[in-house]
Design a protein. Structure first.
Length: 307
């Protein structure tokens, strides 16, 4: 009987040692694997931040026929920063961060619609890793996930040689003299009209449409200073075009130092002040125009590219 008791005690001791070892490994696992999980989560946040910025830059440069570039930028940057490629998601968001759809994975010709709909990109990244010590508790792996959003913000101040009356003559803010020949660019709620993107407008012309400003206004700004949008802009009379050589937008294709066909310029979109004031328009926002006719200093045309 005593022999059996000793064997039972020895067995109980072995069980207690095994349980104690498992408990110790679990504690070690929480410390080691938990620390690794925390580090992975931080790495994934860095990955998501970098990927969202990269995708937003691609979106800012988006042109028709190159729609997949936004998704490609997100995945390339995320994986370069440790994310699992299959787990990367790329979604467009609007001004209030509402999800408006996924980033195209092929060049589907939707660039103009995307520019009108979205203002930024949201990227989610994930990385899955196997556990080490905590496997004894039945946890074989863990996933770290993070999300980041990057938006393209509108230009709030700057200068431009041109001041564009951007409302249709049916809009009261046109003061009876708006964009008759082309679609209005800014709507009554000051949003941009998607139908105007890709349309060519007269930026300066002897017969420029001037929101009730009369024949003296040909489309020119009278200030070399940085002015805010929204805000009032002073106009210059005449059509001599002496101030079209300002550096007005950043980038390799900027109209800096002069205007040439194909360069891009920032132009304020404006309407009549309330009440209408001679020699002044109220400008709501900037838009990017690509110069398509720079043959004459008194007649300049530009195609609207977007915000």
């Amino acid at each position: 009987m005593s022999h059996r008791i000793r064997r039972s005690e020895r067995g109980a001791t072995l069980i207690l040692v095994a349980l104690s070892l498992a408990a110790s490994l679990s504690v070690v696992g929480v410390v080691v694997d938990g620390g690794s999980a925390f580090a992975e989560r931080r790495q994934m946040q860095n990955s998501a931040d970098a990927a969202a910025m990269s995708a937003a830059r691609a979106f800012d440069r988006l042109t028709a026929g190159n729609e997949a570039s936004v998704h490609t930028a997100a995945v390339t940057t995320a994986t370069a920063n440790g994310a699992d490629a299959a787990s990367v998601t790329c979604r467009f968001v609007d001004e209030v961060l509402t999800d408006v759809g996924s980033c195209p994975t092929n060049n589907n010709g939707t660039a103009v619609a995307l520019k009108a709909l979205a203002t930024g990109v949201r990227v989610t990244t994930t990385r899955t890793r196997s556990t080490a010590f905590i496997r004894v508790a039945g946890i074989k792996d863990y996933s770290a996930t993070a999300r980041a959003t990057a938006q393209i913000q509108g230009l709030r101040s700057g200068n431009s040689p041109f001041v564009l009356c951007a409302v249709h003559d049916s809009d009261p803010r046109a003061d009876g003299d708006g964009q008759v020949a082309n679609p209005a660019i800014i709507m009554p709620d000051n949003s941009m009209n998607p139908a105007a993107i890709g349309v060519t407008y007269e930026l300066q012309d002897p017969n420029a449409i001037g929101c009730g400003q009369g024949s003296d206004f040909k489309g020119l700004s009278d200030s070399a200073e940085s002015l805010p949008t929204p805000g009032p802009w002073v106009l210059e009379s005449g059509d001599h075009g002496i101030n079209v050589a300002k550096a007005v937008i950043a980038g390799a294709s900027a109209c800096s130092g002069g205007l040439v066909d194909g360069c891009v310029i920032a132009v304020p979109l404006c309407h009549a002040t309330d009440p209408p004031t001679s020699g002044m328009l109220y400008c709501q926002r900037f838009a990017a125009f690509q110069i398509v006719d720079a043959d004459s200093a008194s007649r300049i045309e530009g195609t609207l590219l977007g915000n």
